[in-house]
Design a protein around this ligand. Structure first.
Ligand code: PLP
Length: 393
């Protein structure tokens, strides 16, 4: 725990200062071990009997995990955190530890695709009822409440059109009914949005994105109270989505620069979104930081910056949009987001093979949609690259 008045830039460097002192190294040590030794049977019994012990067995915890945890808890403003081998590991573990057969869960019509799968297919298989609601209108969540509603899952902003969920409003009626609220904060990052400040109980992250920040690791984080963390940890040790010590170390390295990366990413993305908005070849731009975003007011209330992801529609057909994406020279044609280099994907191409153009229209996936994750390249270079690529449409 560091001084409450300390700023995020300092938190990411010093919240794990305790280990720095203990280890006597400037860079963190990597504990590449599956198991830890005890000096005597008494110490062993103490290690075995302490939940979330950091030096007992790596599926239960590891010193590098503990360092990540100390920083993430400070950043999200929660008592503690847990780490996981992926964002989905964090989400699945959280949901499976907090709900039981007979409970009801409310989620959004749009979530990260695998979260939707958990809601639509997995939870019902275990006797948990789920209802998905259109998240833009917060009244929908309240109307879906039943006597057995245990948990509300939110994710904001969300793919593909960066729709925002009003966190404060959801928490307000959830508390009235004693319902837990879980928020996937991946698309915002703790620098731009702190759901716990509005009363959210559990915050989950795909640390594969902004937190790691370099497109090199797959990791997840769960930020919550000590009480819920112990409960979730108990399930976590059984499900076993364990973050490797090496990946935890890379995540720790990524976190050191998170605040400065986010500052530049927010600035670059807002400038690029405004630039795109005034181009004649662009039909529509979706970015919560734009005044034209239908929920810009809510976004401003709960976010300090608006993140890397911009979705936009090209004035052109399926093939023209594909030509545009492949003509971009500075962006890599790859899924994921929030890393140092820009990525762009033709959203409809992700569904190619599965759906034809007509089916995609029915499913509401526009054929001319591009998802752009803005990185740390110079903004003028990114603008020039977009302009040259638009010549191909
Ligand atoms: C990527 C992502 C996930 C899944 O994370 P993984 O690390 O790929 O398992 C979950 N939620 C959101 C919003 C994501 O962007």
């Amino acid at each position: 725990m560091v001084d409450k008045n300390i700023n995020k830039e300092t938190v990411v460097l010093h919240a794990d200062g305790e280990w720095k002192q203990k280890e006597g190294t400037v860079a963190p040590a990597i504990y590449y071990t599956a198991t830890f030794s005890a000096n005597d049977p008494t110490e062993f019994a103490e290690m075995a009997g302490t939940p979330r012990h950091g030096n007992y067995y790596t599926r239960y915890g590891n010193p590098v995990h503990d360092r990540v945890i100390s920083i993430m808890a400070e950043l999200e403003g929660t008592e503690t955190a847990l780490v996981s081998s992926s964002g989905m590991g964090a989400i699945a573990t959280t949901l499976l530890s907090l709900v039981s057969a007979g409970d009801h869960v409310i989620a959004q019509t749009r979530h990260y695709m695998s979260t939707t799968k958990i809601m639509d297919e997995m939870l019902p298989r275990f006797g948990v009822e789920t209802t998905v609601v259109e998240q833009a209108d917060v009244k929908n969540f309240e109307e879906a409440i039943r006597p057995n509603t245990k948990l509300i899952m939110i994710e904001t902003p969300v793919n593909p059109t960066l729709v925002v969920t009003d966190i404060e409003a959801v928490v307000e009626f959830a508390k009235k009914h004693g319902i837990l609220v879980v928020a996937d904060n991946t698309f915002a990052s703790p620098i731009n949005q702190r759901p716990h400040d509005f009363g959210v109980d559990v915050i989950v992250h795909s640390a594969t994105k902004y937190l790691g920040g370099h497109h090199d690791i797959t990791a997840g984080v769960i930020c919550t109270s000590n009480e819920l963390a112990e409960k979730i940890w108990d399930t976590h040790t059984s499900l076993g989505s364990v973050l490797s010590p090496m990946d935890a170390w890379l995540l720790l390295r990524g976190l050191r620069t998170l605040p400065v990366r986010m500052e530049r990413i927010n600035e670059n993305a807002l400038r690029l979104a405004k630039f795109l908005e005034q181009l004649p070849q662009i039909e529509n731009v979706y970015y919560p930081g734009l005044e034209s975003h239908p929920q810009h007011g809510i976004a401003k209330k709960q976010m300090k910056g608006f993140g890397a992801v911009i979705a936009f529609a090209i004035k052109g057909d399926y093939a023209a949009t594909q030509r545009f994406v492949s003509s971009l020279k500075l962006t890599t044609n790859a899924v994921s987001l929030g890393g140092v280099e820009s990525l762009a994907v033709h959203t409809a191409s992700m569904w190619e093979g599965a759906l034809n153009e007509e089916q995609m229209k029915t499913a509401g996936i526009p054929v001319n949609f591009v998802r752009f994750s803005v990185g740390l390249e110079h903004i003028e270079d990114l603008k020039a690259d977009v302009l040259q690529a638009l010549k191909s449409i």
